[in-house]
Design a protein around this ligand. Sequence first.
Ligand SMILES: [Zn+2]
Length: 287
Amino acid sequence: MKRNPRHAPPADAARRRAAPVVICYPDDALPPFDAAFFDAARAGMAKIAEITVPPRDARVFEVPAGHFFRIVSVEGPQVGDLNLWNAHDLSERFYSGKTRALHGTHVSTGDRLWSSFPHLRPLATITCDTLDWYGWDADGAGVHDVIGTRCDPYTNSLLGGGEYHYCCHSNLIRALAEAKDMPPEAAEPHIHDVLNVFMCTGFTRDTHQYFMKASPVRPGDFIEFFAEIDLLGALSACPGGDCGDSHSSDAASCHPLLVEIHRPRPGALAGWRPPAANTYSGSHGMT
Ligand SMILES: [Zn+2]
């Protein structure tokens, strides 16, 4: 946040500020989103599993490569915090920051969720988003952000909120620890910055601070992903509920979320291959 400046602008300040905008990472070099391919695979797909995520808690789920998974709103407006890993290597995990750099602050159909270095390949592709109508509102807010990190007990304590054990960070730790039969201190380093599913967020115009407002999600809405590799996922039903007021406490009204796993129509993936490893040599200038 930039507060009152202590330095006068130089004589050519206006000219400096008028420099042209350059997109840091033009995404037109990425393979285009093949809507026809995914729609053909989605038509006739079959649900093979579903997992209910209780309010103020998290659950893990597995998605085989080439399958779809949906996060579905049930019972009432609710935000979810999503972590994704390579099911066979937890060191390859969702890279929220690079996804933001490539696709912008909020993601929707056609965008990919990218994995951490040295892999940097799509873990999942978003194939349907019933909230894609929302776009950008008058506050500059959108849905499904890759800005926020996840609510956590450390920041809550830092800001005077005291002890709270059901932030998304802690919920994800408990879920991963239970699934992998590891103690919480071993699970915690695997928890990473999230995709904020259904969360409605932006930056204030005056201070550019991260803000949230009540999610427009309603029961029946969903966001759907295609698993590009075998995935392990973890989803927390945020204690903020629809995140229209507060989080990191039991104050908000919270609802469960549903994760559905779908098998594509048989034969629909003919010719499809999981994404290859990143082509960078890894030498970093050293021989
Ligand atoms: Zn949360």
